[in-house]
Design a protein around this ligand. Structure first.
Ligand code: GTP
Ligand code: MG
Length: 197
């Protein structure tokens, strides 16, 4: 799929203030600093569409981007970042939870996981929560440019082993790097497929 246009539409504090449209949405979630905003920029072929920062906790709102004038990418605030003021943190976690659980146009969630780390409890519990809520998701292991393919594969295997045994089939897995632009085609293919359903 070609990306012909990518335009920032709006930032929302919560589900109630999210855009009132029927565009299919694809959301990006994961720990702070895992590379969600960088990935949106890579997918859009734009360096500064979504704000990237080396300081975790950069994305604080639900940010909606319109792609090819017909569907949307949503950059969500990261979880697991303690320095955000407590009241704000609770607020945003709730907003993200409401959005993921209740947004009717949400087609697929990309859960980003750092390919360099052993399974982090917060990622494991987040994925389990998505399974419980029956929110469709794919796992994207980020920053693979930082290490060997073998190490990335070891991370993927270790993470898949944390999934509940009773799970019928494993979720789709993609490895990626926004720096070397790997994983882009696989992610866009997945979106294209979901749009065709
Ligand atoms: P929050 O908005 O704070 O939750 O973070 P985020 O998940 O949106 O991460 P962001 O895209 O802002 O990236 C965090 C840092 O990681 C930045 O310094 C990026 O340049 C860097 N980064 C992101 N993706 C990659 C990647 O694929 N490879 C490398 N080497 N660095 C990356
Ligand atoms: Mg961000």
């Amino acid at each position: 799929m070609q990306i012909k246009s990518a335009v920032f539409n709006m930032s929302a504090r919560d589900l109630q203030s999210a855009p009132d449209w029927h565009r299919p949405e694809f959301a990006f979630i994961g720990r702070s600093n895992v590379g969600k905003s960088s990935m949106i920029n890579m997918l859009s072929n734009k360096d500064a569409l979504a704000k990237v920062s080396a300081t975790p906790g950069k994305t604080q709102l639900l940010n909606f981007f319109v792609m090819n004038e017909s569907w949307s990418l949503v950059d969500l605030p990261g979880y697991g970042y303690a320095k955000v003021a407590k009241s704000e943190k609770i607020n945003f976690n709730e907003s993200v939870g409401d959005y993921l659980e209740q947004r009717e146009n949400l087609r697929l969630v990309f859960v980003l996981i750092d390919s360099r780390l052993t399974p982090q409890p917060i990622d494991v519990s987040f994925v389990n929560w998505l399974l419980e809520c029956k929110v469709p998701f794919a796992l994207v292991f980020t920053k693979e440019d930082k290490q060997s393919p073998a190490k990335t594969q070891a991370t993927v295997t270790a993470f898949l082993e944390t999934l509940p045994e009773e799970l019928a089939g494993i979720p789709p897995v993609i490895t990626s790097s926004s720096k070397s632009r790997t994983g882009r085609i696989a992610i866009l293919k997945m979106i294209e497929q979901a749009l065709a359903e």
